[in-house]
Design a protein around this ligand. Structure first.
Ligand code: SF4
Length: 438
């Protein structure tokens, strides 16, 4: 009887790819959703900001409470890497600690019941992975680490310097996944627009786009995590003219006030950022997503109001807002004067409400439109409401659409692209009627 494995992947989609590599190494195990019957429990942690660290610790402790005797509890990933010394001493509940260098060695660590922190940050390069969460969409990690020095960010301290995969390795992985039926891909990293800069190639993403366009069977693609100062107009124009890559622009800008962008060490000011955003917005069927940080040391009321006005006017399709988290090892951490936590929370709430209002307005504009969508399965809401997403949207983070009707005879097939008409906006969710196959 095979051993049972329970695995939890926390944090971002880049962490998810590493979790899928571990699953590729542990194919001999039987997967179980019930951690109390698992022989091996693995938590791939996130260590980005306080909230994520808290979730990682709580997840490990909760799983420990429910685990069966003689099972093995493994703590892997960014939090484990960032605080390896403290955790190894204090978190005695954990049997095996590993960081961000040994995902492809997980089977050996389990066999040897040994903790290991290989210095070289792991980057997938041809290893088999078990794609989770979809039968047609996969995340493709194009690089690891980051050369930027954003004042608030600790990621480079535990993920290291930018290390890009080569194009052949990426293309080979995509070709292999196409053979398994995957046709929709999201290309991800910490700083995607710097792809191949560590190999002295400027605009590496343009080479990537051209290479992926040559692969038969890829029907849909998007790039996440563009960085403003390494995103050229040439790249944006390449995306705009690509028959494959959607006009999907995910570019965390963090703020819009010049002085604050300088304090955040973002390398790009308001004027150039607006030039990029306005060009993205000007493209047909464009989708613009971003992220903000409020409450960074030095943020005045006036800077915050400037940001709020900008977000209200620009109207992002999707945006996340984080309250500043004081992370040791970052340059902002050394700034003496910090904003009080309740003010940080208040600003995050205010900007969050402005973002939501703008998103609802844009969603309302979708009603009556003809779109393309993919049905993922039954929704959590009701068996007669099917959960779908627009083909341009990224999975999970951009929301879902409820398909509640069709004007075609055939039975629905999950994971294929349909044409549909948006019929209504119910709360924050669009409803649609399927009108044909795309
Ligand atoms: S681009 Fe900035 S925020 Fe993103 S991982 Fe690099 S340093 Fe952190």
């Amino acid at each position: 009887m095979s051993n049972k494995l329970h695995i939890v992947s926390l944090g971002c989609n880049k962490n998810l790819v590493d979790t899928e590599v571990m699953l590729g190494r542990l194919k001999a195990y039987e997967m179980t959703d019930d951690s109390s019957e698992a022989d091996v429990i693995i938590v791939n942690t996130c260590g980005f900001i306080d909230a994520a660290k808290e979730e990682s610790i709580n997840t490990v402790l909760n799983l420990h409470d429910k685990r069966k005797e003689d099972s093995m509890l493994v703590m892997a990933g960014c939090m484990s890497e960032r605080y390896s010394e403290e955790l190894s001493k204090e978190l005695t509940e954990v049997d095996i600690f590993t960081g961000v260098g040994d995902y492809a060695n997980i089977d050996k660590l389990l066999a040897e019941k040994e903790s290991r922190f290989t210095e070289q940050v792991y980057l997938i390069d041809g290893e088999e992975r078990v794609v989770t969460g979809s039968t047609y969409h996969a995340y493709i990690k194009i690089s690891e680490g980051c050369n930027q020095t954003c004042s608030f960010c600790a990621i480079p301290s535990f993920k290291g310097k930018l290390n890009s995969r080569n194009l052949d390795s990426i293309a080979k992985e995509v070709e292999g996944l196409v053979k398994q039926g995957y046709y929709d891909f999201s290309f991800i990293s910490q700083d995607s627009s710097s792809f191949l800069r560590d190999q002295n190639v400027k605009d590496g993403l343009i080479h990537l786009i051209k290479r992926i366009e040559l692969i038969d069977g890829v029907k849909s693609a998007r790039i996440l995590y563009l960085y403003p100062s390494t995103t050229s107009m040439k790249l944006l124009q390449e995306i705009a003219k690509s028959p494959l890559f959607h006009n999907y622009f995910d570019m965390p800008i963090q703020h819009i006030n010049d002085e604050m962008l300088r304090m955040m060490k973002r390398g790009f000011g308001k004027e150039k950022t607006l030039e990029q955003l306005n060009y993205m917005r000007s493209l047909p069927n464009s989708f613009v997503r971003t992220t903000f940080i409020v409450g960074h040391p030095g943020e005045t009321e006036a800077m915050f109001e400037e940001l709020c006005d900008f977000v209200r006017d620009f109207g992002f399709d999707r945006a996340n807002v984080f309250g500043y988290s004081d992370e040791e090892g970052t340059s902002a951490f050394d700034v003496a004067e910090k904003l009080p936590q309740d003010l940080i929370d208040e600003r995050a709430e205010i900007l969050g409400a402005i973002i939501e209002e703008a998103e609802l307005k844009l969603l309302q504009n979708e009603v009556g439109k003809e779109i393309e969508l993919i049905i993922d399965g039954e929704s959590d809401e009701h068996e007669f409401l099917l959960s779908a997403r627009k083909t341009i949207w990224a999975p999970e983070i951009d929301g879902e659409i409820y398909v509640n009707d069709k004007s075609i005879d055939e039975e629905f097939e999950f994971g294929v692209i349909y044409k549909a008409k948006v019929t209504d906006l119910v709360g924050k969710i669009l409803t649609a009627t399927v009108t044909g196959r795309a």
